[in-house]
Write a protein that binds this ligand. Structure first.
Ligand code: SF4
Length: 379
């Protein structure tokens, strides 16, 4: 797929020529115009006539007040609504792009509803990477990011459009966990990966692994795009997940998640570092200790008319010999039947209903946990 974005691609006098050339050689073009007065009904009709696959419209608030405030310009919300209607009349598919920040996160459900009303085929949810102008926006916390991905998964099961995320590959991990809890098939979750199936070419021809990672890999005036993508040292590093550093390197989900390389680079200056928006990375970082140095305790205790198994992580460097419960969630399953990846959650201080498990089961479960710990699985 070939996406022409901006800034505003409508400033290019050769935009329609470029789109037509892409169609002529069999590449499917999409376009992300800015919602200004240049985005007229005629322009949208021209996109449709050329054979543009999809037009993306940014929507960062569900009302004129919130969207225009986020964009810093009055009238842009109305332009989005009108553009969506013109696209529908022209038979042009649209997608809605939304950036998740501390300011927009509360309106996601209303934006999701509006995207449905506008007839969007896709909702692309960008998790803010603090680079460029984005560095001035407030980010959400890792915990909130986790809640948002869980909510997105639930929404995706009933939405009339496809939901994909940008710079939130941990959505894949969350979706897989949730699907396995509900017995659903492993979902095919779309998510872009910097330098891994994706490249960004600037208006001057410079090539980057993503639009959020200012790490120049080459220039299309000096080498073929395919050569830069395949051979540039930074692109190869980004595809070698076994070489990632820190939690993202040790994580068993790295092959299908891998963390946002752009956010890791923005936070650490290391493109193969760890994604600080992932709650797992956050937990590792705040514990101040390596996983293998963190013993775990298990305690069976009454909870209502059954028992709960409260898992404690103890012996953290900053609180030696004290108990500390890490964040977690309750799993309404018999722990003995859980697939192994769920044990990762149990190790995060989750409360596990234990009514169906005998006292022998407790012993067995304890031994599973200790096996996981000694096998360096407690990450
Ligand atoms: S630690 Fe890294 S690879 Fe693992 S789930 Fe989090 S972001 Fe993904």
């Amino acid at each position: 797929m070939f996406v022409v974005s901006g800034g505003d691609p409508l400033w290019r006098p050769d935009l329609f020529e470029l789109l037509q050339a892409a169609v002529d050689i069999g590449i499917t073009p999409s376009v992300t115009p800015a919602t200004t007065s240049r985005l007229t009904e005629e322009t949208i009709q021209q996109f449709a006539d050329i054979g543009v696959n999809r037009m993306a419209l940014s929507l960062d608030g569900a009302t004129a007040a919130s969207h225009d405030a986020f964009r810093g310009e009055t009238g842009t919300f109305q332009t989005v609504i009108e553009a969506a209607h013109h696209a529908r009349e022209a038979g042009l598919s649209i997608q809605i792009n939304t950036t998740v920040t501390a300011a927009t996160v509360g309106e996601l459900p209303a934006i999701a509803d509006l995207a449905e009303e506008l007839g969007a085929q896709m909702w692309e949810v960008f998790f803010l990477v603090p680079v460029g102008r984005g560095a001035q926006l407030a980010q959400i916390t890792p915990e909130r990011a986790h809640q948002v991905t869980e909510w997105l998964y639930n929404r995706s099961r009933e939405a009339s459009y496809r939901i994909i995320t940008v710079e939130a590959p941990f959505y894949r991990r969350v979706a897989r966990d949730m699907a396995s809890e509900t017995g659903d098939e492993t979902p095919q979750v779309g998510s872009t990966g910097a330098g891994n199936g994706f490249v960004f070419v600037s208006h001057t021809g410079d090539v980057y692994p993503s639009g959020f990672m200012p790490l120049r890999a080459g220039n299309v005036r000096e080498a073929q795009l395919s050569t830069i993508y395949r051979d540039a040292e930074c692109m190869q590093r980004l595809r070698n997940r076994a070489g990632f550093d820190g939690p993202c390197g040790d994580c068993p989900a790295t092959q299908y998640c891998g963390g946002s390389r752009s956010r890791a680079y923005a936070a650490t200056g290391n493109p193969t570092g760890s994604d600080p928006l992932c709650p797992w990375v956050d937990e590792w970082s705040t514990s101040g200790t390596s996983p293998e140095a963190s013993p775990c305790g298990v305690a069976l205790r009454p909870a209502g008319n059954c028992h709960s198994l409260r898992l404690w992580r103890i012996g953290w460097n900053e609180h030696p010999n004290t108990l500390r419960v890490r964040g977690g969630r309750s799993l309404h399953h018999d722990p003995l039947t859980l697939p192994s990846h769920h044990h990762r959650w149990l190790l995060r201080g989750a409360t596990v209903p234990y009514s169906r498990t005998t006292s022998d089961g407790v012993e067995i479960f304890n031994s599973i946990l200790w096996g996981l710990i000694s096998g360096r699985y407690m990450h």
